[in-house]
Every structure is written in structure tokens, then in C-alpha cells.
Design a protein around this ligand. Structure first.
Ligand SMILES: [Zn+2]
Ligand SMILES: [Zn+2]
Length: 140
């Protein structure tokens, strides 16, 4: 059985069992994961790619706009499924990353971008992340 998925670039990428596994894991977890974390979860599904293979798979999924990589200060690269625009909270203790969507924040950012553009700047995107302690780490 061959499964293909359509991506924004309109090219098709063949979904091998490992790739399918990666995408299912990223969907289910709903928060960005590192390659070692993905590897552990793949094992539970009976898939055993080595780290080099896994990094190569992630590159392929990145190239095809299916996943996004997140590089924040003081952490290794995390991956998540490509979705709508949002930001991240990183726990400085456990290093877990949580996705954050906030309409009010986006409105404020948009108005700042507009005022910059009135002053002759061209704003292409914005990056923003929060850092602190997550609920779990605070509970200890
Ligand atoms: Zn995210
Ligand atoms: Zn934003």
C-alpha cells in the first residue's frame, strides 16, 4: 500500500511507514518533539529507525513543508506538524515546549506591524516565545 499526501508545494512525497509514524506521533502529541522523543515513540509502534535516518526523514518532511522545526534558545531543535501561525512557551526546567495561540496578541502584533509599515519598514514575519516554568514543574 502506498500513501501519498499532497503538500503546499504541490509535489508528492511518499509516506513510508516511518514517515507515517512520525506524522501520527506529532499529531497525537500536539506539542513539539525532539528527535530522541520521536524515536522513543516510534519504538512503541514497532518502528526502529536509527537517529541518522530519523534526522534525514525530518529534513525530508521539512523540505516538503509537512513539518516545521523550532529552534529556541537553550534547547535542541523540536519538530511539529505544520499548522497555522502560533507561538511557543518553553519550560526552562523540563525543556518542554507548549504551543500558544492568542488572538489578542496577534491583533497587537498586527497593529505594531502596521505602524512600522507606515514608517517605511517592511515586516515579513514575527517571532515571539515565552520562557518560564510549566505547571508540572511548578507542582514539584
Ligand atoms: Zn507549536
Ligand atoms: Zn504571532
Amino acid at each position: 500500500m502506498k500513501t501519498k499526501i499532497q503538500n503546499p508545494g504541490n509535489k508528492e512525497i511518499r509516506l513510508t511507514p516511518v514517515r507515517q509514524g512520525i506524522l501520527k506521533i506529532l499529531e497525537k502529541e500536539g506539542s513539539p518533539l525532539t528527535v530522541p522523543e520521536i524515536q522513543t515513540l516510534l519504538k512503541e509502534k514497532g518502528l526502529f529507525p536509527n537517529k541518522t535516518t530519523l534526522y534525514r526523514q525530518m529534513e525530508k518532511l521539512l523540505e516538503n513543508n509537512i513539518v516545521e522545526s523550532i529552534s529556541l534558545k537553550n534547547t535542541v531543535v523540536h519538530y511539529e506538524k505544520k499548522s497555522s501561525h502560533h507561538h511557543h512557551f518553553i519550560c526552562s526546567t523540563c525543556k518542554n515546549i507548549t504551543c500558544i495561540e492568542d488572538e489578542n496578541f496577534e491583533c497587537a502584533a498586527r497593529s505594531l506591524e502596521k505602524s512600522l509599515e507606515k514608517n517605511g519598514f517592511l515586516v515579513k514575519n514575527h517571532n515571539f516565545s515565552l520562557e518560564g516554568k510549566c505547571q508540572k514543574c511548578l507542582a514539584f
